[in-house]
Structure formats: structure tokens, C-alpha cells
Design a protein around this ligand. Structure first.
Ligand code: CU
Length: 169
């Protein structure tokens, strides 16, 4: 007598279905989320500010002297011409923000994480008006910087006052 062996074709059990969904989650969805996160980080902008003997605004300038950025953006100050530096002015930066103090002829790169205004200058040429302003997000310290701009020496006062008019609330 012949015996037939039937191979049972079974439908997936509940555990298998759950397992498949789990694999889908770990193999597809988590990497997708990670990529989206990475894309968010990569979206941070990088700006370049040149230090010049002469620019569109006249002699001894940062160009652009006013910059609007977002938290996490990076700014590089490039010593295109010699004998300049970039350094924050006293306390004229947002609370909790890191000051910077570049040496003469030094290329400085800063990542700005705190919202507010960052006022900076070139030490040897500040009185000639070589100052700059960066707005990161909302101008949280606008009052302080506006009040302090009055105390700046020489042409620095005029230029900083002009830069402050470009701040948007
Ligand atoms: Cu300078």
C-alpha cells in the first residue's frame, strides 16, 4: 500500500506576523528616522564673512557685516586681507553664548547655538568702524546691544547703529 505524505502548507502564525512587522520596524523605519535626523543636522548653514581692507561699505569692513542665521549655523571669518581679526565685543552676545577671540590673520570658525545678537569687531580697526553683527533666531538681547552701541568708539558706533537697523524681530 502506498502512503502519501501531505505537506501541510500552513498560514503564518500570529507570532510570525508580529515578528515580520518588528523586522520592518527595525530594518526600514529606524534607519529612515535616523536619516531624517541626519538631514536635519546637515541642513545647518555655513556662512563666510570676509575681513577686508576695502569693501562695499568702505574701508576696513567685515563683509557681509550683518548676517541673519539660525541656531546651529556656522560662521567662518576669513582673513582675505591681512592684519584683521574677529572677536566678540565684551558681553554683547546672547546669554550662555561662547565668546570668540581670533588672533590677527587667523581664520575663525564658530557655531552659534544661542538665539540673539552677536556683536564682534576687528580689534585694531574697531574705531575705524570694523564691526559686525550676527542675528541668530530671535534678537533676545536687542536692548542691551542697542544701549551698548552708543558707547562704542569712533566709527564703530555709527556702523553698529546702522547694522542694528537691519535686525528683524
Ligand atoms: Cu581689521
Amino acid at each position: 500500500m502506498k502512503t502519501y505524505v501531505y505537506k501541510r502548507i500552513r498560514s503564518p502564525t500570529r507570532t510570525e506576523v508580529t515578528r515580520k512587522a518588528h523586522l520592518m520596524f527595525t530594518k526600514v523605519l529606524i534607519p529612515a528616522a535616523a536619516l531624517a535626523l541626519l538631514a536635519g543636522v546637515a541642513a545647518a548653514e555655513t556662512y563666510t564673512v570676509e575681513m577686508l581692507n576695502r569693501g562695499e561699505a568702505g574701508a576696513m569692513v567685515f563683509e557681509p557685516a550683518f548676517l541673519q542665521a539660525q541656531p546651529g549655523d556656522t560662521i567662518t571669518f576669513v582673513p582675505t586681507d591681512r592684519s584683521h581679526n574677529s572677536a566678540t565685543i565684551g558681553e554683547l552676545l546672547p546669554e550662555g553664548a561662547e565668546p570668540w577671540d581670533g588672533a590677527i590673520n587667523e581664520e575663525v570658525t564658530v557655531t552659534l547655538t544661542e538665539e540673539g545678537l552677536y556683536a564682534y569687531q576687528c580689534d585694531p580697526h574697531a574705531a575705524m568702524g570694523m564691526v559686525g553683527l550676527i542675528q541668530v533666531g530671535a534678537p533676545t538681547n536687542l536692548e542691551e546691544v542697542t544701549a551698548a552701541a552708543d558707547d562704542l568708539r569712533g566709527k564703530a558706533k555709527n556702523r553698529m547703529t546702522e547694522l542694528l537697523t537691519q535686525v528683524t524681530e
